[in-house]
Design a protein around this ligand. Structure first.
Ligand code: NAP
Length: 329
């Protein structure tokens, strides 16, 4: 089988395409013939060794994908999955999914795909749809009628906007380019602020106070985390869930101390493991139904696995405007 292998944590140049024997599933494991996998920001971080998992190299990258279960190891659950189309997670047994075949544990490594979903959409059905659902869940639980969101024109940001509108939650969208303002406004977003514009801080302050926004989800980190916290009313919280700026969070201590504001974090895996299994199954079932609408990801281009480096380069040149998928065979 053809596999993309990362030989050192030094970025896409360290990826080699290799041929390897097809693995055999053990007890409670299945063999998935992988169909598609997106390139996500977390994959870029993995290639550089800055993501939350850092196994010794060589590793197979790829945080999520879709495919069909073509062989099952021992166990009732493994047999249940045989012949099923699944979403598969890159974490756990077998590592990443940028590979023609992967062995995955049936305990969290694969989830059955709803029959209405294409394998292309199924490949992107785990990370962003569950994160967007989690953000809305957290907002509703905290009684928030308005939230702020950075990198809001991302695939995830667009999902949060659609779900937020459905749930009656006002979103203060923060983007960094005019084209992203236009994109979100064309999709029905009410408030979209460009952080590169002069006067941004005041506009953000006005928007946060006008809507009483006490919760923000920040994918950028660096300066913007402090700008958000400063603009929000007392007792606010910014949840940092990525660091697209690759900078440390910059927050004035006086804001934290005297205005009772705080910085928190979110990572999907640990968040899922804190929920009860029933809730997660319901979340997955609902997310599956919503993927064709609220939780849809646009696809900009599909590359064969052999062209993974070109695909990554295309993605890093233009992240907004649809996902780049890898096709495994
Ligand atoms: N913590 C978690 O569990 C979790 C789960 C899911 C997603 N995430 C994070 O959520 C974010 C969005 O993911 P996605 O898959 O939806 O991304 P995506 O569709 O690939 O889009 C990435 C977006 O980030 C913007 N961006 C990149 N660098 C930026 C910077 N320095 N400042 C401001 N904006 C920047 C891009 O804008 P340009 O076009 O201008 O570059 C683009 O709109 C990522 O950071 C991802 O890691 C985290």
């Amino acid at each position: 089988m053809t596999v993309a292998v990362l030989n050192s944590y030094s970025g896409p140049d360290a990826i080699r395409i290799e041929q390897r024997p097809i693995p055999t599933p053990g007890k409670d494991e299945v063999l998935v013939k992988v169909a598609f996998a997106p390139i996500n920001p977390s994959d870029l971080a993995t290639l550089k060794g800055t993501y939350g998992f850092k196994d010794p190299t060589p590793i197979v990258p790829g945080g999520e994908g879709s495919g069909e279960v073509v062989a099952a190891g021992r166990g009732v659950m493994a047999s249940y999955f045989l012949g099923k189309r699944v979403a598969c997670a890159g974490w756990g047994t077998g590592g990443g999914v940028w590979s023609e075949y992967v062995v995955k544990s049936v305990k969290g490594g694969v989830l059955p795909l709803h029959k209405s979903l294409s394998l292309e959409q199924g490949a992107m059905s785990l990370i962003n749809p569950l994160t967007a659902s989690a953000f809305i869940d957290i907002s509703k639980k905290g009684g928030h009628k308005a939230i702020a969101l950075t990198a809001a024109a991302s695939s995830l940001g667009q999902m949060v906007n659609r779900l937020g509108r459905k749930e009656g939650i006002q979103i203060i969208n923060v983007v960094r380019r005019d084209a992203q303002v236009d994109l979100l406004k064309a999709q029905g977003a009410d408030i979209v602020l460009n952080s590169s514009e002069t006067g941004f801080d005041q506009e953000l302050y006005n928007a946060c106070h006008h809507t009483n926004t006490l919760l923000a989800f920040d994918a950028v980190a660096g300066q913007i985390t402090g700008q958000l916290l400063k603009a929000m009313p007392p007792n606010s919280k910014v949840i940092v869930f990525s660091a697209l700026s690759r900078q440390a969070v910059q927050v004035s201590p006086s804001i934290i101390i005297f205005e009772n504001k705080m910085v928190d974090s979110f990572w999907l895996g640990p968040w899922i493991s804190k929920q009860n299994i029933l809730k997660i199954m319901l979340l997955w079932k609902r997310a599956q139904k919503q993927i064709p609408s609220y939780l849809k990801s646009e696809i900009r281009k599909i590359y064969p696995l052999q062209e993974v480096k070109e695909a990554i380069s295309d993605y890093t040149d233009q992240m907004t405007g649809g996902k780049i998928l890898l096709r495994m065979s």
